[in-house]
Write a protein that binds this ligand. Structure first.
Ligand code: HEC
Length: 116
């Protein structure tokens, strides 16, 4: 009987740690998770950002640019470029420009510094 209680307690402890660590994620960490999530924007293509930009490939220094080149032409804002990739490449719906998901994604893209 005691054995069962220990297992239940252990389970509860693990559940608590998981909840706390999810809540403590930084915007950059959440953005990286979105970057790897094929369901971002409700995407149905099975592709995530990381499929075509593995480890941020092609996106180093992207947050510091003044204009962006996407599979559907030029974009004047980073949010627009991201949303084009979400709609065209992930088959998803565009994210709100001010949404937390968008802000987190951009926080992650900012960590991709240009290679010296
Ligand atoms: C099917 C492949 C594919 C997927 C998936 C994809 N992209 Fe792209 N992305 C591209 C291509 C191709 C370009 C254009 C690159 C070029 O012409 O320089 C691009 C361009 C971009 C640019 C502009 C780069 C620049 O320097 O101007 C950004 C930002 C970007 N993608 C972000 C994302 C994000 C964020 C995701 C996930 C939501 C994503 N992409 C998913 C293929 C993809």
């Amino acid at each position: 009987m005691q054995h069962i209680f220990r297992i239940i307690l252990l389970g509860l402890a693990l559940a608590c740690t998981a909840t706390v660590s999810a809540a403590q994620q930084t915007p950059e960490e959440r953005g990286k998770a979105h970057f790897n999530d094929p369901k971002l924007g409700g995407g149905t293509s099975g592709r995530s950002c990381n499929t075509c930009h593995p480890g941020g490939k092609g996106l180093f220094g992207v947050a510091d640019k003044m204009g962006w080149a996407t599979p559907a032409g030029r974009s004047r804002t980073l949010e627009d470029a991201i949303n084009i990739c979400i709609t065209k490449a992930l088959n998803g719906k565009p994210l709100g420009v001010k949404s937390r998901e968008m802000q987190d994604l951009i926080a992650y893209l900012r960590t991709l510094k240009p290679k010296p």
